[in-house]
Structure formats: structure tokens, C-alpha cells
Design a protein around this ligand. Structure first.
Ligand SMILES: [Zn+2]
Ligand SMILES: [Zn+2]
Length: 370
């Protein structure tokens, strides 16, 4: 029986030679509960006394009579501990809030760590003191926030960190690490991304960005207006922000084709010492319309079918290729429109029909979204 008890509960051990006092922890659902079991000299389990830690007492409130009953029916200590674990599991299920209550030393540890880091860095903490947000300023004065979810076994277990970044927030953590370590590593990560944000800030400031509507610090893509219904989508590499980004020109063929030819012909002129915006100007040989020169309304032309700009998250990126028309449509709107006309033909996933505005031929891919 002794061996079985140790095997099932390696943290619960006898304190004396007579093996009448057991002390330690029992583990239920990955949580350790401190217990002490006192047995009479004849080891009769019926007369055993159980001492629980305050958490366990709270948790077992309302289960006392069940536990007593189980004690009387248990054959030996192994049986009783097993019964107790079953009761605990039921209790944990009915009181989910107890499942992850950290021990008291968690809170004192948290306060010590915050005092060390500085309370002025704390921008948010939840009522359970488990999730906190810390602010950080990079060397150019940009404000950032890192959100830290602490584990009940903090600092033994690494916390989960997240932030508005284009790269995963990887934190090196040991059981001696503190919030200060997270903050320091976050600052280093911010510095490594300074060039990336500089490139994007210039684009956001000096051009009309059509997408994303409100770029976050994590967004690597910008769709920049070039002219009416013409735009370029650039995907900036956060690790190599000044290299030639992935570019995609969007708009009617007669406008986009010459630009695409310029891009291909001048690609070798890309200078990694200059900003992405400057390079795009040089390679495409254009000036981008900017908030200083144009109104945004000249670019965000709405769909010719539903008269809105956003449809779910889509923007009208299907454009009539006729140079006098150039009307944009949402893919889903155009597909639905064409499908309803008898003159429309379909080949594989391409639908051929007429532009609802100028009646010139127009094609659209079958909508893949539901
Ligand atoms: Zn539409
Ligand atoms: Zn048209």
C-alpha cells in the first residue's frame, strides 16, 4: 500500500517512523493542495483526521459531509486519498473560479516585481491581477503596450505575452525572470523594428493609404492610392524593411500595365539606403497623391452595384477595363450581378459578362467566399 500511495501521490510523504502523520500535497487537475493527514496508532482510517490548507477548505465548503462519508467507507489511506481526489475534482468543476487561484505568494511576488519595474509603466490590470498591460516608449518616442498574462505558478511558469507587433512576441524566460525582464526584452524588440515603422510611418503620412483603414503597428501591408481606381499594394518585410517589398498593382489594365512595365524595368534601381516610398516614386516614375495635394474621396470610389466602399472587409477591387469607364465593383457584387443575366457565360471559375455601366465585356472570378 505504501508504494502505491507514493506512486499516486509523490508529494505526500510520512513525517514519522510510525507513519501516522502524512504531510505534503495532493495534485488534482494540475493544482497542488497542501494536506496533512493524522492517523491513529492502529492506522484505522475511520479515525483519521484531515487538515487542509485555506484554499482547500474554501473549495471543500459544502462537501464536508461527503468527504466524511467517504472516509468511513475507505479501506485504507490509498483508498481515502483517491476518494478525496474524486471529491476535489467534482468541487473544482462546480467552482471554476477556484481552478486557477494563485497562492498568496503570487500576489506579493507581483507587487515586488511591479515596484522594481515602476508603477508608472502599468497601464492596465484586471481585477484578478492576472493580466496586466505595460507601456514602453521606443527611442523615437512611439508608444507601445505589451500585455502579460501571468500563470498561477508565476514565476515558475512562463507568462504569455502579446503586443501589437509584426513579429511573434518571443520572450526568454527562466524561473528567476520578472516583469522587468519582459519589459527589457520588449524594448529591444521595439528597437529592432524601428526601421520598419519608420518606412511605414512615412507612407502613412505622405500618401493616401486605402487599406488597412486604420493600420496597426502589426500591419505590414499598405494599399496606396496612385490615382482614380489605381493603387499599389505593398507588403513590407518587417525584418528587411528597406528591401524591395512584394508589390501588386491594382486597377484597370490600361493604367496598370504601363506601371507594371516600369516596375519590372526599373527594379534594379531599388536603393536599400532610401525609404520604400522614395524608391517606389523612383521606380514607378510617379508622384503619389498625398493628403497635402488631394482629398481622400477622389480614391475611395464606391462599388457601382451596392454603392458602398466596404462590403464585409472587401473593397471594390474589380475594375472595368474600358478606359472611359473604369468603374470599380466588389467581386461578390459583380459575380452576383452577372450570374443573374441571361447573356452571361461561365467557363470553369471565370464568369464573362457585360459591365453594368458601359456594357463592355467584363470578367470576374467566381466568388469563393460563402
Ligand atoms: Zn458592392
Ligand atoms: Zn464599364
Amino acid at each position: 500500500m505504501e508504494r502505491l500511495l507514493v506512486k499516486e501521490n509523490p508529494l505526500l510523504l510520512p513525517l514519522n517512523k510510525e507513519k501516522t502523520v502524512y504531510d505534503g500535497f495532493i495534485t488534482v487537475q494540475e493544482r497542488d493542495f497542501r494536506v496533512r493527514i493524522l492517523l491513529p496508532p492502529d492506522h484505522q482510517i475511520k479515525l483519521a483526521k484531515l487538515h487542509c490548507c485555506w484554499q482547500l477548505k474554501q473549495l471543500l465548503r459544502g462537501y464536508g459531509h461527503i468527504l466524511k462519508q467517504r472516509l468511513h467507507h475507505s479501506a485504507d489511506l490509498v483508498g481515502f486519498v483517491l476518494e478525496m481526489k474524486t471529491v476535489l475534482e467534482v468541487a473544482l468543476k462546480s467552482k471554476p473560479e477556484y481552478r486557477s487561484i494563485p497562492p498568496p505568494k503570487y500576489y506579493s511576488q507581483l507587487i515586488t516585481e511591479m515596484e522594481h519595474l515602476g508603477w508608472d509603466k502599468l497601464v492596465f490590470i484586471d481585477t484578478e491581477f492576472r493580466t496586466l498591460s505595460l507601456k514602453a516608449e521606443d527611442s523615437t518616442g512611439r508608444q507601445h503596450v505589451v500585455t502579460v498574462k501571468l500563470k498561477p505558478k508565476h514565476p515558475t511558469e512562463a507568462p504569455e505575452c502579446s503586443a501589437d507587433l509584426p513579429v511573434p512576441m518571443a520572450i526568454t524566460w527562466t524561473s528567476k525572470s520578472t516583469l522587468n525582464h519582459i519589459h527589457t526584452q520588449f524594448l529591444l524588440l521595439l528597437e529592432s523594428l524601428a526601421d520598419f515603422w519608420k518606412v511605414l510611418d512615412e507612407i502613412d503620412e505622405k500618401t493616401w493609404v486605402l487599406e488597412p483603414e486604420k493600420p496597426s503597428r502589426a500591419d505590414t501591408m499598405r494599399r496606396i492610392a496612385i490615382g482614380n481606381n489605381v493603387s499599389i499594394k505593398v507588403e513590407v518585410d518587417s525584418r528587411h524593411p528597406k528591401m524591395l517589398p512584394e508589390c501588386c498593382l491594382l486597377g484597370a489594365d490600361h493604367v496598370v500595365t504601363p506601371l507594371r512595365n516600369k516596375l519590372n524595368a526599373n527594379m534594379h534601381l531599388w536603393n536599400p539606403d532610401c525609404s520604400v516610398l522614395q524608391n517606389l516614386r523612383d521606380v514607378l516614375e510617379i508622384e503619389f497623391p498625398s493628403p497635402a495635394t488631394h482629398e481622400k474621396s477622389s480614391f475611395s470610389t464606391e462599388c457601382g452595384i451596392c454603392y458602398s466602399y466596404r462590403l464585409n472587409s472587401d473593397i471594390p477591387d474589380q475594375v472595368c477595363n474600358d478606359s472611359r469607364c473604369g468603374q470599380p465593383f466588389h467581386q461578390a457584387c459583380l459575380y452576383e450581378w452577372l450570374r443573374g443575366l441571361p447573356s452571361t457565360r461561365q467557363s470553369f471559375n471565370i464568369v464573362f459578362g457585360e459591365c453594368p455601366y458601359c456594357s463592355k465585356p467584363i470578367t470576374v472570378k467566381m466568388s469563393t467566399k460563402p
